[in-house]
Design a protein around this ligand. Structure first.
Ligand SMILES: C[S@@+](CC[C@H](N)C(=O)[O-])C[C@H]1O[C@@H](n2cnc3c(N)ncnc32)[C@H](O)[C@@H]1O
Length: 249
């Protein structure tokens, strides 16, 4: 699938040469693991799915708070990330956690072995697109397992402002303006932001049946219009969308 330019691609200024190093720098500042994740918006979107403990892989675990959370709940949980710093922070607090420094597009995990695959804001960071990651999730998930995979949401609000976002990004890319703004760092791809419709197509092409698309990361103090719109359509304004999926084939 070609990823339409319509879906806006924010970009980052960074002194890190690869996205892997960028994440590694990012996690360095974290002090340790949380006690649990019950009070997070993500938990609200997945808690009904993860009722029965089983094998669970988190693809792109960063600082492995979720791996610890599921481990304590009796899951056989494993976290995978290619950036080492978050994993090391996790191991310092909880040396017995199962963590793997690896690329989740090539997992050292058997076929059909996971009851759950969780991935939070990770697959959109591959410039080549998410197909390779989803293929690997499909291979390793059991036939009756669940994929819970979130990405940023090109929600209705963002779609309405899209021309401005695209124009802003175009200006940020312009060499002469970058010189004027004294921007010397490389100007790199950071992530895709898909509309719910595009994300649904991506998942279907990868062999996943979408059970439900759930929004999370809503504005803390929404206006009356915003909360009414959200009641009508849950993907009106969330920062992230979580696809709850099963395998089709
Ligand atoms: C937004 S963070 C999510 C971290 C954590 N799950 C959380 O919710 O706090 C995305 C993570 O995915 C990791 N990541 C992105 N692409 C990856 C890949 N191909 N293989 C392994 N890890 C990857 C990054 O290193 C980063 O730690």
């Amino acid at each position: 699938m070609r990823y339409s330019q319509y879906d806006y691609h924010p970009t980052m200024d960074s002194s890190s040469d690869t996205i892997e190093n960028w994440w590694s720098d990012h996690w360095k500042a974290r002090k340790g693991l949380t006690e649990h994740q019950f009070d997070t918006p993500v938990w609200e979107t997945i808690k009904d799915i993860v009722q029965t403990p089983g094998t669970l892989l988190e693809a792109g675990c960063g600082v492995p708070n979720w791996v610890k959370h599921f481990d304590k709940l009796g899951f056989d949980a494993i976290g995978v990330d290619f950036a080492p710093t978050g994993l090391l922070i996790g191991l310092k607090d909880e040396p017995n956690l199962k963590l793997m420094r690896s690329d989740f597009r090539q997992l050292a995990v058997s076929d059909n072995s996971m009851d759950y695959i969780l991935s939070l804001g990770a697959i959109e960071h591959d410039k080549a697109g998410p197909d390779k990651a989803l293929k690997e999730f499909h291979r390793t998930l059991k036939s009756d397992g669940y994929l819970m995979c979130s990405v940023p949401c090109l929600n209705i609000k963002r779609q309405l402002g899209l021309p401005l976002l695209v124009a802003r990004d175009q200006l940020k890319r312009t060499k002469i303006l970058r010189k004027l703004w004294n921007k010397t760092e490389p100007f790199e791809f950071y992530q895709y932001v898909w509309s719910p419709a595009t994300y649904r197509k991506i998942l279907a092409k990868a062999g996943f049946e979408l059970i439900e698309m759930r929004g999370y990361g809503y504005k803390e103090n929404p206006s009356v219009i915003e909360s009414s719109m959200t009641k009508i359509y849950n993907l009106y304004g969330p920062h992230m969308m979580m696809a709850i999926c099963k395998k089709i084939r």
